[in-house]
Design a protein around this ligand. Structure first.
Ligand SMILES: Nc1ncnc2c1ncn2[C@@H]1O[C@H](COP(=O)(O)OP(=O)(O)O)[C@@H](O)[C@H]1O
Ligand SMILES: [Mg+2]
Length: 218
């Protein structure tokens, strides 16, 4: 589902954010990308949803070679990828329902399909009763669950999570972990960037460790 071949990324032409990274994630697999701050974890995830381009090397996601992909096709790639961030990134002036509906609106789903999917997704994260709340009125844990509902509402093949528990207390972090695990059980390919050792220990999944942009263990 995801393949990187000798990927290099530099932002200034000199310092490598990623250096000779090769890795592969199979369909329905859950993999952690770990390593200290500055190791290149976020850059790696950003390459996978085409927010950045590699300086050198190949990135293949859901059958698309991102180097050869035309910019016009980026939105189609994004439809097969859900993304969750440390800071939730919800639209603060839109209801929970509207936030979760957003990716479906973008792809042009009809009203009844949107309602069906949004309520299903909110039910999965236990937040149907907050559908008409505004995100700033929710706790951090609830906001992250809304972000997960939004990421999964369109049934993406791939879920990317960048430090999804870093802003949460241990109880809420555990809840988020459960939801990511549930996505994997349903066949979603999941990549989680984290330096949270408790999160990694709780999951018993393959871990790719980065340091200074290089894979130091896989
Ligand atoms: N947009 C950017 N412009 C310049 N340098 C960047 C940019 N994004 C990341 N970097 C640099 O790339 C390296 C890896 O960063 P990052 O991928 O954010 O690491 P991590 O997520 O593991 O903390 C760091 O040295 C960082 O400063
Ligand atoms: Mg990061």
């Amino acid at each position: 589902m995801i393949d990187l071949f000798h990927v290099f990324k530099t932002f200034d032409g000199v310092t490598p954010a990623l250096a000779d990274v090769s890795m592969s994630v199979g369909k329905g697999e859950l993999v952690f990308v770990t390593g200290p701050s500055g190791a290149g974890k976020s850059t790696l995830l950003r390459l996978l949803f085409a927010a950045e381009r590699p300086t050198r090397g190949q990135v293949v996601v859901a059958g698309e070679n991102l180097e050869r992909m035309r910019p016009a096709n980026v939105p189609y790639l994004r439809r097969s990828i859900g993304v969750v961030f440390q800071d939730f990134r919800l639209l603060p002036t839109r209801t929970v329902f509207e936030n979760v509906a957003f990716p479906l609106e973008v792809r042009g789903d009809g009203r009844s399909e949107i309602e069906r999917r949004v309520y299903r997704s909110l039910k999965e994260v236990g937040l149907v009763h907050k559908a008409y709340a505004m995100p700033p009125a929710l706790s951090g844990g609830e906001q992250q669950r809304v972000a997960i509902a939004r990421a999964l509402v369109g049934d993406p093949a791939i879920l990317l999570a960048d430090e999804p528990t870093a802003s949460l207390d241990p109880d809420n972090a555990r809840e988020v972990v459960k939801l990511l695990e549930t996505a994997r059980i349903r066949g979603t390919t999941v990549v989680i960037a984290t330096h949270d050792r408790a999160l990694i220990a709780a999951m018993n999944a393959r871990t790719v460790a980065l340091a200074g942009g290089r894979v130091v263990s896989a």
